[in-house]
Ligand binder design. Structure first.
Ligand code: DUT
Ligand code: MG
Ligand code: MG
Ligand code: MG
Length: 344
């Protein structure tokens, strides 16, 4: 089949069969959150030893999807009682705040080393957010995790994504399909040379769902850490309806939306205002700003704009250079031919 501009498009019957295989394979796996709960307990014990007033919260994919996928890390943030009580407060961005977070994470790393001497530990202070990266040992400890401190935004943005993904039964599946594809193609920032984090891909999925009116806008202000559990509840996945036919159609529509309808020259993917209303001009994400802006010496790009719902003036797509945008388009075209490589 041929689509716009004469590109070939996979036959929908093939896409449906491939999507159905993907779902069956996922459903045959262990996706419950027990392994995460075990790591949570171990991390809690170490946090307790360093500062008993701090509580580790789990966010990221475990919270967003309500499952634990093999190969995904576990994201933790340690919050103080004040952080939790002021659950809608803005996160501090000063160097002083970052220094305090690093100090706590350093003390935590020492406690983790004492308890779990086989785990690989790295404290990264230079990033926008200081983070302790831990590679677990063998068996149940084989889960890798990141720990940050005193930052609510990850907990809030994960709850926001979850509130969207629970509105429509296909949404979680679409997120999983897109994330896996982004990792396979190397477009995911977790891969060397990748440019958009899983978080960014999730915002793209939600923005698409909003544009198609498959979900309704969730006010960003509604996510309050004070109402969120430190360990997100497990949400078992359900077999998609009609053997995944609706999901297959949605998947291909997602790809064609970003290839042919979304206008990266002017439009911003945003969950802050009604979908379609946010422009680069409104945010001053212009060519001039691009020439000026730097984060820790790294250039910010405004070619593929994804507004962070909680950070001020932050493009989640900032690492999409003109070259990577071209690559992204090529991969989307190829995704249209191969149903996100599911047919490959
Ligand atoms: N996060 C941000 N800003 C970013 C990237 C991540 O706030 O630029 C937070 C929110 C997100 C969490 O970190 O929910 C985890 O991000 P990641 O990209 O690891 O997503 P994931 O959903 O945990 O996917 P994966 O299965 O790839 O770990
Ligand atoms: Mg993660
Ligand atoms: Mg992570
Ligand atoms: Mg995420």
């Amino acid at each position: 089949m041929k689509g716009k501009a004469g590109r070939s498009i996979a036959a929908i019957s093939d896409v449906r069969a491939a999507v159905s295989r993907f779902c069956d394979e996922q459903l045959s796996r262990r996706l419950d959150t027990h392994p995460v709960a075990e790591v949570h307990q171990k991390v809690s014990a170490c946090v307790q030893a360093v500062d008993p007033t701090m509580t580790p919260y789990i966010f990221g994919s475990t919270a967003v999807l309500g499952i634990h996928e093999q190969g995904s890390d576990v994201d933790f943030v340690c919050l103080s009682p004040t952080d939790v009580q002021d659950g809608k407060g803005a996160d501090a961005v000063s160097e002083v705040a970052k220094g305090l977070q690093s100090d706590f994470l350093f003390r935590l790393s020492e406690a983790v080393k004492r308890e779990h001497y086989l785990w690989g530990i790295e404290l990264v202070r230079r990033t926008r957010v200081p983070v302790l990266r831990v590679k677990g040992g063998l068996g149940v400890d084989g889960v890798s995790f990141d720990v940050t401190a005193n930052r609510r935004n990850g907990v809030r943005n994960s709850a926001l994504l979850r509130a969207y993904f629970t509105q429509c039964p296909e949404a979680r599946w679409l997120s999983m399909l897109v994330k896996q594809w982004s990792k396979k193609t190397g477009l995911n920032a977790s891969v060397d040379g990748g440019c958009i984090t899983s978080y960014g891909w999730n915002i793209m999925v939600v923005y698409y769902l909003l544009r198609r009116r498959l979900v309704t806008l969730v006010p960003v202000e509604s996510c309050d850490v004070a109402d969120i559990s430190p360990m997100p509840p497990y949400m078992p996945l359900e077999t998609p309806q009609q053997g995944g036919q609706g999901l297959a159609d949605m998947l291909m529509d997602f790809v064609s939306y970003y290839l042919d309808e979304f206008t990266p020259e002017t439009e911003v993917m945003s969950l802050t205002r009604a979908a379609g209303e946010t422009t680069k001009e409104m945010l001053s994400w212009t060519k001039q700003a691009e020439d000026m802006a730097r984060i820790r010496g790294e250039k910010i790009h405004y070619r593929w704009c994804i507004e962070d719902p909680y950070e001020y003036d932050l493009n989640v797509g900032r690492n999409v250079t003109p070259f990577k945008l071209m690559l992204l388009r090529k991969h989307l075209e190829r995704a249209q031919e191969t149903a996100l490589l599911l047919l490959a």
